[in-house]
Each structure stands twice: as structure tokens, then as C-alpha cells.
Design a protein around this ligand. Structure first.
Ligand SMILES: Nc1ncnc2c1ncn2[C@@H]1O[C@H](COP(=O)(O)OP(=O)(O)O)[C@@H](O)[C@H]1O
Ligand SMILES: [Mg+2]
Length: 288
């Protein structure tokens, strides 16, 4: 059985004028353990929504997502968050680093919501990323290329089975983009993680032996329709749609944090706070 198996996955958003706007309709998709696949898709084609469904950040309307044999769609939000913390690494285009925390803390926080903070592993990862001397720097003290490498280290912190990368080089210049992509691919190979990357950048897509057109297996109608919701720009929050994860909630949830659950009980970092609280938080779900 593949690492990731998706069947009849459907996700729609409410359209502003009433009705719904279907964004994802994937009858079948699979990714093997350790496999690396790039998905090509134009802006607005539903790539981020697809990754957020796989990561459990968004709930599907219907269909099945199995990760390592476990059905994600039948889990409540809290359990999806925990599964993600332990099994999935997420690399965002906008990095989504916690600005109030140092480089080392960003990686340790990623671990704290999975198997637990492991300083030796965090240090080894940062060294692998060429950031050995930057542990105590804050994200704003780093170049964009270095910030993305911290985000890669954080995504790999919990030895995930699957790494999702959403336009991970979109904010980098050409040289940094090439280096970051190489690093992501190499470190996934070294750790045995599968990699699913989405992009519209042909230079990025051309690096992959395996590339698929997202629109080939996504049957949701493409292009603007009369009922289509306007796209919120990348990394920004739509004021009118509380269901869309903000960058802060997305990173918190990628790390397995429940937004608004400050202070973080599960971290061993003395200074750690959930500075990710947002008005979009949700109550912690009871275990199912
Ligand atoms: N929370 C939301 N509410 C309504 N429409 C949304 C929401 N999130 C995304 N969309 C719409 O879904 C479509 C796909 O968005 P997205 O998954 O971000 O595409 P991509 O990542 O390929 O650019 C776009 O038309 C966008 O406007
Ligand atoms: Mg996107």
C-alpha cells in the first residue's frame, strides 16, 4: 500500500453570492514511501487547498485520505493535528517562522509537539542546513534563503514520513531557490521522507524526475466562475472567511499546536509561548 492514498477527495468553499465553489475533486492519487513528486498548477488551481487537506489543516467535504494506512478524514481536528505533528513536515512559501523565537527554538518548538524536543537532533539538522552558527539568531536577522533553511529544518525535525512543500522557493532569488530545493530533496532522501511539492515555476518543476499536472487528476472546474470566491493573496488573511487558516494558525497547526491554547504546556522551552493565538482559534476537541 502506498504511503499516501487518496480516493474521491472533494473540497468546496462557500461562494460569496451563495452556493459553493468546488476547488478539489480528486478521484485517485497515490504517493509511495520515499517518493518525490512535483505537482504543476497555475495560481488558484487548488494546490494549497490540496496540501492543506493532506496535512489535515482543512477538513474534506468527502472522500478518503490514508497516510501510512491511517484514515485522516475520520479523525477530529485535534487528532489530525497530532498526526501531522508526528508524520508530516510542511514547508511554506512564506516560511511561517515564529518571529519571537530564535532559530534553535523554532526547530525545537516543531519537535515539542511531536515526539519531544531533542537539542542534539535540532543542532545536527541546523548544521546540515549550513546554520550551525545561527542558533541564537532571530528569523529577522537572517537572509530569506537562511530563513527558508530554518523552515526546512523545522519541517524535518520530527522525522516525518511525508514532507509537503507549497511553492517553497517562491520567495527566493534564483540561486537560493536552487540551493533550497536541492537541500529539501537531499534531506528528504537522507531521512527517507516522501516529498510532495507544488509549484507553478517551471524551473523548479524541471528538477524533478516525477512531475504531474495537478489539473490532470483534479476534476474540479478550473478558471473563474460566476460564483467563484476571490483569491486572498498568498500569505494574507481574508477578513471575510474565518475558515481559511491564517499563516499563524497554519504554522501552529503544522507544528501540532492548537491556536489559542497558550501557554504551551507540552514544550520544554522555558520561554515558549503560543504567540500564535488568533481570533480564528478553535476549542480543543475531545478525544474520539
Ligand atoms: N477559505 C477560502 N474561502 C473561499 N475560497 C477559497 C478559500 N481558500 C481558497 N479559496 C479559493 O480556492 C481556489 C484555490 O485556492 P488555492 O488552493 O489557494 O490555489 P493555489 O494554491 O493553486 O493558488 C481559489 O479560487 C481561491 O480563491
Ligand atoms: Mg497556493
Amino acid at each position: 500500500m502506498p504511503l499516501l492514498q487518496i480516493t474521491d477527495l472533494v473540497k468546496s468553499y462557500p461562494a460569496p453570492g451563495g452556493g459553493v465553489h468546488q476547488v478539489v475533486n480528486v478521484p485517485a492519487f497515490a504517493l509511495g514511501a520515499g517518493e518525490q513528486l512535483a505537482l504543476r498548477g497555475e495560481s488558484g488551481s487548488g494546490k494549497t487547498t490540496f496540501l492543506n487537506l493532506i496535512a489535515g489543516i482543512l477538513a474534506a467535504d468527502s472522500g478518503s485520505i490514508q497516510l501510512a494506512g491511517q484514515e485522516l478524514t475520520s479523525l477530529g481536528e485535534a487528532r489530525r493535528d497530532r498526526l501531522r505533528a508526528g508524520s508530516i513536515g510542511y514547508i511554506f512559501q512564506t516560511f511561517n517562522l515564529l518571529q519571537g523565537h530564535t532559530v534553535l527554538e523554532n526547530v525545537l518548538l516543531g519537535m515539542a509537539f511531536g515526539p519531544g524536543a531533542d537539542r542534539a537532533r535540532a543542532a545536527a539538522l541546523l548544521q546540515r542546513m549550513g546554520l550551525a552558527g545561527k542558533h541564537d539568531h532571530y528569523p529577522r536577522q537572517l537572509s530569506t534563503g537562511q530563513q527558508q533553511r530554518v523552515a526546512v529544518a523545522r519541517a524535518l525535525a520530527n522525522q516525518p514520513k511525508l514532507v509537503l512543500a507549497d511553492e517553497p522557493t517562491g520567495n527566493l532569488d534564483r540561486r537560493n531557490a536552487r540551493e533550497a530545493l536541492q537541500l529539501i530533496r537531499e534531506t528528504c532522501r537522507e531521512t527517507g521522507a516522501a516529498l510532495l511539492l507544488v509549484s507553478h515555476d517551471e524551473r523548479v518543476l524541471a528538477q524533478f524526475e516525477h512531475m504531474q499536472d495537478f489539473t490532470h487528476f483534479n476534476r474540479a472546474p478550473t478558471g473563474a466562475t460566476a460564483t467563484e470566491a476571490p483569491a486572498a493573496s498568498e500569505g494574507q488573511t481574508s477578513q471575510t472567511d474565518a475558515s481559511k487558516p491564517t499563516p499563524a494558525t497554519a504554522v501552529a497547526r503544522s507544528a501540532g499546536v492548537t491556536p489559542n491554547a497558550a501557554p504551551c504546556q507540552s514544550t520544554r522551552l522555558p520561554s515558549a509561548r503560543c504567540d500564535t493565538a488568533t481570533p480564528f482559534g478553535r476549542p480543543v476537541e475531545p478525544e474520539v
